[in-house]
Design a protein around this ligand. Structure first.
Ligand SMILES: Cc1ncc(COP(=O)(O)O)c(C=O)c1O
Length: 392
């Protein structure tokens, strides 16, 4: 029995510890380089840190409004308009949350009845199934297949046609695969939402970290603006993952529903950090695009290096992460066994992608490993040098 399970409600028992905590702890204990958890090892723009510091000095230290400071709601609305041509009223159609994580939880709690199904693509970001469980909802998984992480349209159609299907949860750009859903795939998703009267929820936290292709919010497709809850956050875009400033954009009745759940989870989030992210969202286009240019070079460094060490690499089009198949490098080992051995043997931590698949399917993703490349170049070089000793 895992720690705490004696007391934990049954619906949360499968979710006691996250693999990220386990692997980060291993990194600390062994002194290994942590390419497991997706956080950058350098801070975001000094200018934004200064805004936060000045806000604290300037007295922004009490509860801000429950739906977020006006500056951030206005900045989010302007961002959606300027980048995607989507109009949202900052008063009624934007809600600030404690990271995208709270937005996802509040959305499922607000919109799902017990037993409702949430259609989501597998591998899935780890909070989705846990949040569905909190809402007493049921994940309905649609598999993405390497090397391009495409899905079978018939499988998606069947999932959406289920009489209990309520939400389609779409994460693009996608963690862990780095996939950017294509216009055609988004079109299929939108048509199914319309056909089966599903609400869509999108997780777009990597929207500004796209290297190949372009990010298209599902809400921009015809008919989708009023049935989509769009979620994003400032953590990944600005390299401030510890700030946890996120937001929801949707039609007013949907935002009102999500706000009803959110107000009793946290009520509101850190005012000074909201003001700093508001400033960041107003950065000129070239500056925001520059973050992805820097990260693309890191993607290439890590992917080329892993490839030359014999790994089969699925080069991501976006995000912080690359996926490899380890079968050729570590024959006979599962990704889990490989990742547990790696810190001791090479001094590097990575995450077995099997944790992003349904635990009831032990074969899925069995030899896939996820690597974070949002690290300094010297750390990536060092990690590759260390990994060369695996074969030895
Ligand atoms: C797909 C995805 N959604 C949401 C989050 C969490 O975002 P936040 O830190 O804003 O809560 C992450 C963080 O890794 C993520 O990868």
């Amino acid at each position: 029995m895992a720690a705490g399970e004696a007391y934990l409600a049954r619906r949360l028992r499968p979710y006691t510890t996250t693999i990220f905590a386990t692997m980060s702890e291993l990194a600390t204990v062994t002194g290994a380089l942590n390419l497991g958890q997706g956080f950058p090892d350098t801070d975001g723009p000094a200018e934004l840190r200064e805004v936060a510091v000045e806000a604290i000095r300037g007295g922004h230290n009490q509860y801000p409004p429950g739906n977020g400071v006006p500056e951030l709601r206005e900045a989010v609305a302007a961002h959606q308009r300027d980048w995607y041509g989507l109009g949202f009223d900052p008063e009624t159609e934007v809600l600030v949350t404690v990271g995208a994580t709270e937005a996802i939880a509040a959305t499922m709690l607000a919109l799902c009845e017990p037993g409702d199904e949430v259609v989501m693509f597998e591998p899935t970001y780890d909070s989705y199934a846990a949040c569905a469980a909190m809402a007493d909802a049921v994940p309905r998984l649609v598999r993405l297949h390497p090397p391009d992480w495409s899905f079978d349209p018939a499988e998606l159609a069947a999932a959406c046609a289920s009489p209990r299907a309520r939400l389609l949860l779409l994460n693009t750009p996608h963690n862990p695969t780095g996939k950017v859903f294509t216009a055609d795939e988004l079109g299929q998703a939108a048509a199914l939402c319309a056909d089966h009267d599903l609400l869509a929820v999108t997780d777009e936290v990597y929207e500004h970290l796209v290297f190949d292709g372009a990010h298209v919010p599902l809400a921009t497709l015809p008919g989708m603006r009023d049935r989509t809850v769009t979620i994003s956050s400032g953590g990944k875009t600005f390299s401030f993952t510890g700030w946890k400033v996120g937001w929801v954009c949707a039609a007013a009745p949907l935002v009102a529903a999500v706000r009803a759940a959110k107000q009793f989870l946290t009520y509101t989030s850190a005012a000074p950090l909201q003001l700093a992210i508001a400033r960041g969202l107003g950065f000129p286009r070239e500056r925001l695009d520059g973050f992805a240019v820097d990260l693309a070079a890191k993607r290439d460094l890590l992917c080329d290096g892993l490839s030359s060490l014999g790994y089969e690499v699925y080069r991501p089009a976006a995000t912080y992460f690359a996926t490899t198949d380890i079968a050729a490098v570590a024959p006979g080992l599962s990704a889990q066994e490989y990742c547990l051995a790696l810190p001791g043997r090479c001094g590097v931590v990575a995450v077995p992608s099997s944790v992003f698949y349904d635990p009831a399917d032990p074969v899925a993703g069995a030899t896939l490993v996820r690597w974070a490349f949002c690290k300094r170049d010297e750390v990536l070089h060092d990690a590759l040098t260390r990994l060369a000793s695996w074969a030895a």
